[in-house]
Design a binder for this molecule. Sequence first.
Ligand code: IMP
Ligand code: MG
Length: 179
Amino acid sequence: MTALPGPGPIEVLLSAERIAACVADMGRQITADYRGKDLTVLVVLKGSFIFAADLMRHIDLPLTAEFIGVRSYGSGRETSGVVEITLDVKYPLNGRHVLVVEDIVDTGLTISYLMKNLATRMPASVRLACLLHKPSRTRAPVHFDYLGFEVPDRFVVGYGLDDAGVGRNLPYIGIIEKG
Ligand code: IMP
Ligand code: MG
């Protein structure tokens, strides 16, 4: 347990070492799968920025990085399923092999909206690399091409994930105590 102003007491769920090993493995797999292709890594802001920065350094291929901002409206820690693109990609994605990098899929509503939206932009392919999944919460089915960890139905912070804006800089992923 460690104390942090904001989220409160945090129980470590995934250590920095476990995350690093998983991200390195995923990067090796992506390198093998995309060899010879023009890869665009599409980082879903904000939560994925640390995962994406680490993952990209384990992808041993020429790639471009693009950023998309998505907000799903909701009260507190629940999504309503109403999704808005708050920052869009500056360059066309048509003909590109797009790898979407997402921090966590909870109900699946946000990512399923985004994947459908991206498919209309005529990319050569769209795949999903996601660090965390809460399978017990699924409301929209999601296909994971690369998945780090399945996690229980608890609110997690750290390694880019926040609770009301706080906790992104923790090097590990931890569970916030209810409160
Ligand atoms: P969805 O329910 O799959 O649409 O998830 C919506 C968004 O809620 C995710 O992209 C995250 O940004 C956020 N989210 C869901 N669960 C957690 C969590 O446990 N910690 C931090 N953010 C979360
Ligand atoms: Mg996210």
